[in-house]
Write a protein that binds this ligand. Structure first.
Ligand code: PEP
Ligand code: MN
Length: 375
C-alpha cells in the first residue's frame, strides 16, 4: 500500500510525526519513504511493506498528511500501474520531458571512436533540432580482444562537445560502479555541460548489485534494456530494483530477443510489447531498432528494416528511439553493419514523424469511438 502525502509535507511537522508514530503500531508492517524534490513541490510517498490486506483505504486516507492511498496488488510496486493509481507517468531531466505521452529520438554513435566523429554527429543533430544522443564509452563486448570503448578518456571531449552543440541528454551505458563516478567527475570538470542517462545493457539487466548502485542515486535517469534471454516479467522486476532503491526516473528499452527464430535479424524484434509495458507500468518505453535488426538490409519497397521496425514501435506508442548512426559504418569499431549514415538522419526523422502522427491519430480515433460507443 502507498500513502501519497499532501505535497510539501515536512518531515519535521508534528502531523508527519503523528502519522509515522501511528504506522509504527501496525504489527509486521514496515515503512519505506520516498521523496521526490521537484522544481515547485516536494512529493513524499510512504510505502507500507508487509501484509496490508486488513488495512482499510478510508482509514488510511483519514490519517494526518495523507492525500491519497493506492493499494498495490501486483508486482512492480513502485513502477507498476495499480488500480486508481494516478501517479505520474513522466519525469523531467535537464530540461527534457520523458513520458508515456512524449517521443524523444536518441540518434548517435554506438561507440565513441574519434573526437571528429563525435563532433560531426552532434553538429548534425543540432542542425536538425535534436537535443538527445547516444554515445557509448564503456562497451561490453563478446570477445575480450574487441575494442572495449575509450572509457573515461573520451568523456571530457564528449561532454564539452555536447555543451557546444546544446545536446541536453546523452544515453551512455555503464557496466561498473566506477563508471558512475567517472561520469560524475567528467561532468563536474566540464561544468555540467550536458546531462547523462545511464544505460543498463541487456547483458546486465539482472546484475542486481549494479542495479542497486544505479538505483541508489537520483542524479541521473536510467535506461534499462530488456534482458535478451529472460521473460518480460523478469526484466520489469529488474527495472523495479532501480525504483525500489529510490530512482524512479526509469525508461524501459525493448531491443529484441536472442533466438535464431528472428533470423536473418540479429534479434527477434519485440516491439509488440510497447503497449504491454505501458499498460503494466508507468515507465516510458524506448525501442532500439539497431540492436534488434542488426543490418542495413532493405525490403523491396526500398525502406531499411531498421526504419520499418522503428515505425512499428512508434505507431504502437513508443516514447524513445535509441538508434545507431555513423559517418562511415565500414570504419566503425562497434556495430558498423547496423548503423545508418549521417546523411540519412533527416530522412529517418521524417519517417519517425509520420509514424508518430499516425499513432496520435489512432489515439484520437479510439477516443471518438469510445465516446460514440460507451460500455
Ligand atoms: C548498446 O545499446 O550499445 C548495446 C550494447 O545494447 P544492448 O545492451 O541492447 O545489446
Ligand atoms: Mn552496439
Amino acid at each position: 500500500m502507498i500513502l501519497v502525502l499532501i505535497p510539501d509535507t515536512r518531515t519535521e511537522s508534528s502531523e508527519y510525526k503523528q502519522l509515522m508514530a501511528h504506522l509504527a503500531n501496525f504489527p509486521n508492517i514496515s515503512t519505506r519513504i520516498h521523496s521526490e524534490i521537484g522544481a515547485e513541490h516536494t512529493l513524499t510517498e510512504v510505502y507500507l511493506i508487509g501484509n496490508t490486506n486488513a488495512l482499510s483505504i478510508e482509514e488510511m486516507r483519514s490519517l494526518p498528511c495523507v492525500d491519497r492511498v493506492v493499494r498495490i496488488s501486483e508486482d512492480y510496486r513502485v513502477l507498476g500501474r495499480h488500480k486508481n493509481d494516478d501517479r505520474p507517468t513522466h519525469f523531467d531531466y535537464n530540461g527534457v520531458r520523458f513520458g508515456q505521452d512524449t517521443l524523444n529520438v536518441f540518434a548517435g554513435l554506438c561507440a565513441v571512436d574519434t573526437l571528429e566523429h563525435v563532433e560531426a554527429m552532434m553538429k548534425t543533430l543540432r542542425g536538425l533540432g535534436q537535443s538527445c544522443t547516444r554515445m557509448g564509452a564503456y562497451k561490453p563486448r563478446t570477445s575480450p580482444y574487441s575494442f572495449q570503448g575509450h572509457g573515461k578518456n573520451c568523456l571530457p571531449y564528449v561532454f564539452d562537445l555536447a555543451g557546444k552543440y546544446d545536446i541536453k541528454v546523452i544515453a551512455m551505458e555503464i557496466t561498473h560502479e566506477s563508471h558512475l563516478e567517472e561520469i560524475r567527475e567528467a561532468l563536474h570538470q566540464t561544468g555540467g555541460a550536458t546531462g547523462v542517462m545511464l544505460q543498463i545493457g541487456t547483458r546486465n539487466t539482472q546484475n542486481f548489485e549494479l542495479l542497486k548502485i544505479v538505483g541508489r542515486q537520483q542524479e541521473f535517469p536510467v535506461l534499462i534494456k530488456r534482458g535478451f534471454g529472460i521473460t518480460l516479467d523478469e526484466s520489469l522486476n529488474a527495472a523495479e530494483y532501480l525504483a525500489s532503491e529510490g530512482n524512479r526516473k526509469v525508461i524501459f528499452a525493448l531491443r529484441g530477443m536472442k533466438t535464431n527464430m528472428g533470423d536473418p535479424h540479429r534479434n527477434f524484434v519485440d516491439f509488440a510489447h510497447v503497449p504491454v509495458v505501458k499498460r503494466l507500468t508507468r515507465m516510458p518505453v524506448c525501442i532500439d531498432p539497431s540492436h534488434s535488426v542488426g543490418t542495413r538490409a532493405c525490403s523491396p519497397d526500398g525502406i531499411f528494416d531498421v526504419m520499418h521496425v522503428t515505425a512499428q514501435g512508434v505507431i504502437a506508442g513508443a516514447n524513445m528511439v535509441l538508434v545507431d548512426f555513423h559517418p562511415a559504418p565500414c570504419k566503425a569499431l562497434v556495430d558498423g553493419p547496423q548503423a545508418m549514415l549521417f546523411k540519412e538522419l533527416p530522412y529517418f526523422l521524417e519517417d519517425v514523424q509520420i509514424a508518430r502522427e499516425a499513432y496520435l491519430q489512432r489515439v484520437t480515433l479510439t477516443e471518438q469511438y469510445k465516446v460514440a460507443n460507451p460500455e
